[in-house]
Design a protein around this ligand. Structure first.
Ligand SMILES: Nc1ncnc2c1ncn2[C@@H]1O[C@H](COP(=O)(O)OP(=O)(O)OP(=O)(O)O)[C@@H](O)[C@H]1O
Length: 281
């Protein structure tokens, strides 16, 4: 679990993060959402130690990261997998060389042990046999999968993913989301995903944190979000007529007004669901 307590961060005289407190649980996809400039990336960078917070605590499974020495922080970093935008693969290295890189950096395993691990994670992301390909030979979705393989090769307890869906078509996006969710649950990873993708919010949002101007404005899961009465959140997430309609449909489904087989023939206007307030409101 990662506990974030009263996190503050500013640059010059501008405060970006204002007392953000949140707990991220293992085995869950924790999604950070919010409009451009709301502080999502700064928040993530504070969590992984790329920015030093002005105040507050970041606690990794009982260990206070903010109070650690550089060497102690390195120990935590070994347990963190990261996948940043564009996959950030080394273009001059093959898939295999890209994935073995963290193993060379952080382990003293034998070549055979490393190769076994590389093949295991390649297999996990359904890319067996792609060892000798170069990034330029891969599709965007394949690159993301290599990025995920590299991020999990050291068996991380924590996984940070920035915009996993950027540049992908909706179908490939969905597959990447599912892969992230499966890996998170399978290995009980505490996964933090920074996203703008509303499909991801609905499909893998076990825990959603909505940031507004550097503050945590709302948190809940992908069921609660449908019933949220938070106006800013609603305007942000259900920004188009299409999404508002989809939300209404989901509300009806969730309240049992539409049968699971989506047989809508008996539905009348009198079936409007009672709104259930989100626990966090
Ligand atoms: N290194 C920095 N120095 C000064 N200001 C910064 C720095 N990094 C970010 N900021 C400012 O912090 C604010 C929040 O930026 P951040 O990148 O966290 O937003 P975001 O929510 O991730 O946006 P997006 O969705 O567009 O990526 C912005 O006003 C940005 O200009």
């Amino acid at each position: 679990m990662i506990e974030v307590k009263n996190l503050r961060k500013g640059f010059a005289d501008k405060t970006i993060l204002k007392d953000v407190s949140v707990n991220m649980l293992p085995g869950q996809c924790n999604l950070i959402i919010g409009s451009s400039g709301s502080g999502k990336t700064v928040f993530m960078k504070c969590l992984v130690g790329l920015f030093q917070p002005d105040s507050g605590d970041i606690i990794y499974d009982g260990k206070n990261f903010t109070k650690m020495s550089v060497d102690q922080k390195k120990e935590i970093r070994k347990e963190i997998g990261m996948l940043f935008q564009g996959s950030a693969l080394f273009s001059s290295m093959t898939v295999e060389e890209n994935i073995i890189f963290p193993l060379d950096m952080f382990t003293r395993d034998s070549r055979k042990q490393k190769m076994d691990r590389v093949n295991e994670v390649l297999n996990r992301v359904n890319l067996e046999g792609a060892n000798k390909k170069f990034p330029a030979e891969l599709s965007g979705g394949m690159m993301k999968r290599v990025g995920i393989a590299r991020a999990i090769v050291l068996n991380p307890k924590y996984l940070f993913v920035d915009e996993p869906n950027s540049g992908l078509d909706p179908q490939t996006s969905g597959l990447i989301d599912q892969l992230i969710k499966e890996i998170t649950e399978e290995y009980k990873i505490t996964t933090i995903v920074n996203t703008h993708d509303m499909n991801s919010v609905m499909e893998i949002g076990d825990h959603i944190i909505y940031m507004y101007q550097g503050e945590k404005e709302w948190e809940g899961n992908n069921k609660e979000i449908i019933f949220s009465k938070n106006q800013r959140l609603n305007e942000f997430i259900f920004a188009s007529e299409f999404l508002r309609d989809a939300k209404d449909m989901r509300m009806l489904e969730e309240t049992g007004k539409i049968a699971n087989d989506r047989n809508m023939e008996d539905l009348t206007h009198d079936d409007a669901p009672e709104l259930v307030p989100s626990p966090s409101e």
